[in-house]
Design a protein around this ligand. Structure first.
Ligand code: COA
Length: 273
């Protein structure tokens, strides 16, 4: 995986970057092997710790030119866990790997994360996208949880995150059929936030990432934490959590900066506290 920092013009405090991660095994449709997991976990630690990182965008490397006489590989975000690493393994072999995995590392990043999906996002690839906060997909993308065809179920949070995102019945159909979900159906179900042409995918995704990266980095983290609460807390507790976090923001400098900027019709120059 490669990690590139893209600076955000007009971010405050100054120096904000979007951390762009590119899954880089195009010959294997960016299937997630042990190295991919290690790299994602390392990048997640850094994204959490480094104040300059305002947003994370995850993408798949585009296909390489085909070798002479060979057919071109299709575009992919990630075609799942690397199935070659499953052969001959028993539960003791895979348990440590799945207990400390890349999907949870992404899910636990305190800053906004966006999956930029072009092509196949299957199995662990759909789960990787689901571990992000927002998904933008090209119209030639395909999602799915085909693990059932291997005698398995999703193991990277797919059953739980998909159920919370699109509901029980649709999750059952996707997991039990193991079928492919085209981008337009994924959009209609709410698996993806937006569907755009492959040509517009990068610009649309980076524009959203930049917009998000220009907000107060402090408030952005609070917003993510509180919205996440809606997935985990009973409704009345979630309402209480939101109220308490909202009230606490009145003690921050960024609330005063934001309100004054609105009243003075100027840009907010956040300090991040
Ligand atoms: N793990 C390991 N390798 C994978 C892979 C995966 N999940 N998905 C694709 N690959 C590899 C293929 O083995 C092939 O390698 P090779 O060229 O060295 O033989 C290469 O990526 C290209 O895939 P290929 O199957 O030839 O492309 P295709 O266009 O015919 O089919 C898919 C594309 C996505 C339909 C097909 O690759 C597929 O079904 N992949 C597995 C999806 C899956 O079950 N994921 C869940 C895993 S838990």
């Amino acid at each position: 995986m490669t990690v590139e920092d893209v600076s955000v013009a007009g971010s405050s405090p100054e120096g904000g970057v979007i951390s762009v991660w590119t899954l880089n095994r195009p010959g294997k449709l960016n299937a997630l092997n042990a190295d991919s997991h290690r790299a994602i976990k390392e990048a997640s630690v850094r994204a959490n710790a480094d104040d300059s990182v305002r947003c994370v965008v995850i993408r798949g490397a585009p296909p390489l030119e085909p070798e002479e006489g060979k057919r071109p590989k299709p575009p992919a975000f990630a075609a799942g866990a690397d199935i070659s690493e499953f052969a001959g393994k028993d539960s003791d072999d895979v348990r440590p790997f799945f207990e400390n995995n890349a999907w949870e590392a992404i899910w636990n990043i305190s800053k906004p994360t966006i999956a930029m999906v072009d092509g196949f996002a299957l199995g662990g690839g759909t789960e990787l996208a689901l571990s992000c906060d927002i998904r933008i997909a090209s119209d030639r993308s395909t999602f799915g949880q085909p693990e059932i065809n291997l005698g398995l179920i999703p193991g990277g949070g797919g059953t739980q995150r998909l159920c919370r995102l699109i509901g029980y019945g649709r999750t059952m159909e996707i997991v039990l059929s193991g079928g492919m979900v085209k981008a337009e159906d994924a959009l209609q179900m709410g698996i993806v936030n937006r569907m755009v042409s492959p040509e517009d995918l990068e610009s649309e995704t980076m524009k959203l990432a930049e917009d998000i990266s220009r907000k107060s980095p402090y408030t952005t983290k609070v917003a993510k934490r509180v919205i996440r609460g809606a997935l985990e807390l009973p409704f009345s507790e979630g309402i209480l959590m939101e109220r308490s976090e909202f009230v606490a923001l009145f003690d921050t400098e960024d609330k005063e900066i934001g309100v004054r900027a609105f009243l003075e019709r100027s840009d907010a120059d956040w300090v991040g506290r």
